[in-house]
Design a protein around this ligand. Structure first.
Ligand code: SF4
Length: 386
């Protein structure tokens, strides 16, 4: 049984120990993030330490209290006592309903997920992929009841779609040879209401989910993976909270813009922030493209080569029928196309190329969209190829 922390320092030490326990690998408590955003685990780790907060400290203390029989009224306020008492009451109800008399009970146990199998031990040689610490597990026969307490105020996702519970269910199923795992989230303070959600997972269902979880846990440890912003992934991500992830920040802005009506001052602020975000993303993209032109393989998964236009490109442009607007767009593009064409012709100066250029120049002169002066300028541009 974990000793009940007495002071704030002890609570903070327990939280820090929890971080260390994870050995830098993905943790099930953050599964909604790393299962949907490949680059989030390493990005979050690089964005600074997991600073302690009041809700986290209180949550840690109340979790520890749930392990102990006695609740000293001298040390806790009424709301804390009520929260713990309610969580215990719901737990008793759930155990009676789904398990009856448990044959085994486990509390606060960390389980490690390996490519094959699960263990309570961290074994580096077996290459652990992720781990999770569950709050309570009651077992009878081949059925397990897995309980998670959440003492925060923000509503967490229903147990049916809660990835933390899915991952925990997978490892307890494997560790204890279960055929069915019932998962329950007890949230006594969810927006100041008591909330309980329950889901049932069969072993077959959990086995189907295993390859996805393993794949994402492995991908999460690879450097340079893309960050994929989404409501699910970003909701609890520290990189969003501390503003170090441009994808998350932009996504957050967009969500705020489309999710609700904006009162005046908020709207003004959001417009300013969006303008800034748009400018930053434009600058980043431009800078990256310049870098790619200089060094085409310097950015993983992105490559470019300066596109050399062909005669076909130019001829297709000239053969088309244009509106006035289109004609002026084409005229604006021609100098670049011709420059590219000249470069190409210098390298592959064959009889065919020469013929193509002659034909092209004839078309150029015939084309009513170009006046004499422009034709002369353009002819001059391709003259080096001759
Ligand atoms: S803020 Fe969102 S997109 Fe950025 S790393 Fe976190 S989860 Fe991924």
């Amino acid at each position: 049984m974990t000793p009940l922390p007495e002071t704030l320092e002890e609570i903070r030490a327990a939280l820090a120990a929890r971080d260390e326990e994870r050995k830098g690998l993905p943790s099930f408590s953050a599964a909604p993030r790393w299962l949907y955003c490949d680059g989030s685990h390493l990005h979050e780790a690089a964005s600074g330490p997991n600073l302690s907060s009041l809700p986290a400290e209180e949550g840690e203390m109340l979790h520890a209290v749930m392990e102990h029989e006695e609740l000293d009224p001298e040390k806790f306020d009424e709301y804390q006592i009520w929260s713990v008492t309610e969580a215990e009451r719901i737990q008793v109800e759930l155990v009676e309903k789904f398990i009856g008399t448990p044959e085994q009970t486990f509390a606060e146990q960390r389980l490690w997920l390996y490519d094959s199998g699960t263990s309570t031990e961290y074994d580096e040689a077996r290459k652990p992929r992720a781990s999770g610490r569950f709050d309570k597990l009651f077992v009878k026969g081949k059925t397990g009841l897995l309980i998670d307490y959440k003492f925060g105020h923000r509503i967490v996702e229903h147990a049916v779609v809660n990835e933390q519970m899915l991952c925990n269910a997978l490892v307890v199923m494997e560790q204890y040879g279960l055929e069915k795992v019932i998962v329950a989230i007890i949230q006594p303070r969810a927006e100041r209401h008591l909330r309980k959600t329950v889901a049932k997972f069969t072993a077959a269902y959990l086995r189907v989910k295993r390859p996805w979880i393993i794949h994402q846990a492995r991908v999460s440890m690879l450097p340079g993976m893309p960050r994929r912003a989404s409501a699910k992934a970003c909701e609890w991500c520290r990189s969003l909270k501390n503003g170090t992830c441009p994808e998350g920040v932009t996504f957050g802005l967009v969500s705020r813009l489309i999710d609700r009506e904006l009162p005046g001052e908020d709207a003004a602020q959001l417009i300013e922030q969006s303008t800034l975000a748009a400018k930053s993303s434009e600058a980043i993209t431009r800078h990256a493209l310049e870098q790619l032109v200089e060094a085409p393989h310097s950015i993983p998964r992105y490559t470019t080569s300066e596109r050399v236009p062909s005669m076909t490109d130019v001829e297709a442009l000239l053969r088309s029928k244009y509106t006035d607007k289109k004609a002026s767009e084409v005229k604006a593009m021609l100098p670049d196309l011709l420059e590219g064409l000249c470069r190409e012709s210098e390298v592959q100066f064959t009889k065919k190329t020469l013929k193509d250029v002659e034909t092209f120049m004839q078309r150029l002169r015939d084309w009513h969209g170009i006046d004499e002066h422009e034709a002369a300028m353009l002819t001059h541009k391709i003259s080096p190829a001759k």
